[in-house]
Design a protein around this ligand. Structure first.
Ligand SMILES: NC(=O)c1ccc[n+]([C@@H]2O[C@H](COP(=O)([O-])OP(=O)(O)OC[C@H]3O[C@@H](n4cnc5c(N)ncnc54)[C@H](O)[C@@H]3O)[C@@H](O)[C@H]2O)c1
Length: 338
């Protein structure tokens, strides 16, 4: 009998890459999604790899969730990968309600529903935005968590709720704090469909290909190499590899734990733009802009713990990840359909 797994947000950017990996590892994958930013076509494109079962439901609706995830249809599921959520730092500064509602209420509804359905393991997508301004670099998992925006705060609140469910009900968890995710499936079955793109690499690639307007209007008065903010960019294929390793880790009785997922290297905004220009072959003007609300100077990860306990090592270069995005956006300039 095949193992089964639940993936929330499996129609989204990162979640769909995880669905593909788990299908290829021979799991039956139950995808729960409300298809706000997720795409049905992503799941259609993945059906050739195995058995994908779609559960259309909204995490904010606790009662609907209980009907969707019952002890009977979850009977063979021991692990849930929880990607569903909303994730724009700047939007969270305008509309914190949306962030607390989707990310916090949605996640505690899920925790309670999984408890009732008997699903014991959860792997949660948290973020380096829970750390806030770096007090030292590289950032390890013990770094103080002082979010500077409601998005980071919402994820920190969920981390705490998960720890309580572990303590009170024996839930086993892996919490992953992602740094900046980029890249795309090398086969171009799935990729980045959130338009307008909000992430730097994705936006710059679209700009370079002439698909969307893109201006390099970043503040350049931070205390970094070239004045622009430094971030750690982790390729989505490496990221989902960590999730697969975490599934195996929890299924073989590993202790609950928290891991950074980054590369340990930081790139400035201008360095990213340089690499995109090199790959695509055009040039952008650089126009210094204002510091955005909640923005910080420099963040990159110490990922020793994931390497030591999960045997995880990111191996995709910035160049390869950008190349995959270029191929993806050439194939699907308007993203996948809903
Ligand atoms: N992309 C990044 O750089 C990054 C960095 C750190 C953390 N994360 C986290 O990773 C996760 C996935 O991010 P992504 O980039 O794939 O985003 P995405 O928007 O592509 O995917 C989110 C998915 O969740 C679904 N969803 C949202 N709210 C829902 C709800 N209330 N009920 C049911 N489904 C819902 C959406 O339809 C979508 O399919 C998020 O939790 C995000 O906070 C992402």
């Amino acid at each position: 009998m095949k193992n089964e797994i639940l993936i929330t947000g499996g129609a989204g950017y990162i979640g769909s890459h995880a669905v593909k990996r788990l299908l290829k590892e021979n799991y039956v994958v139950h995808v729960l999604d409300n298809f706000t930013t997720g795409r049905r076509q992503a799941l259609e494109n993945l059906k050739k790899y195995g058995d994908v079962r779609i559960i259309e439901a909204d995490l904010r609706d606790g009662e609907a969730l209980k009907k969707a995830l019952r002890a009977d249809n979850m009977a063979n599921v021991s692990t849930a990968l929880h990607f569903a959520g909303v994730l724009s730092v700047s939007e969270s500064m305008q509309n914190p309600y949306k962030y607390f509602q989707n990310n916090v209420l949605g996640s505690i509804n899920l925790l309670e529903t999984l408890r009732e359905a008997g699903v014991k393991n959860i792997i949660f997508s948290s973020t380096c935005a829970t750390y806030g301004n770096s007090q030292y670099l590289p950032i390890d998992e013990k770094h103080p968590q002082q979010p500077t925006n409601p998005y980071g705060e919402s994820k920190l609140m969920v981390e705490k709720a998960i720890r309580w469910y572990a303590e009170l009900f024996g839930v086993h968890f892996v919490i992953f704090r992602y740094f900046n995710v980029f890249g795309s499936d090398p086969d171009c079955d799935i990729g980045y469909s959130s338009l307008p793109a909000t992430h730097l690499v994705q936006s710059a690639v679209r700009g370079a290909l002439g698909l969307s307007p893109f201006k390099v209007t970043c503040a350049d008065n931070f205390k970094t190499r070239d004045g622009t903010p430094v971030r750690d960019y982790i390729d989505v294929i490496d990221l989902v590899d960590a999730h697969f390793k975490a599934v195996k880790y929890l299924e073989s009785g590993g202790d609950s734990d928290i891991f950074n997922l980054g590369t340990g290297k930081g790139f400035t905004v201008y360095e990213i733009v340089d690499q995109v220009e090199k790959t695509v072959g055009n040039k952008f003007d650089r126009i210094p802009g204002e510091v955005r609300l909640g923005e910080y100077a420099e963040v990159y990860a110490n990922y020793d713990k994931a390497r030591e306990k999960l045997g995880w090592n990111p191996s995709t270069s910035l160049e390869t990840g950008i190349n995959n995005l270029v191929r993806w956006f050439r194939k699907y300039p308007d993203g996948l359909k809903n």
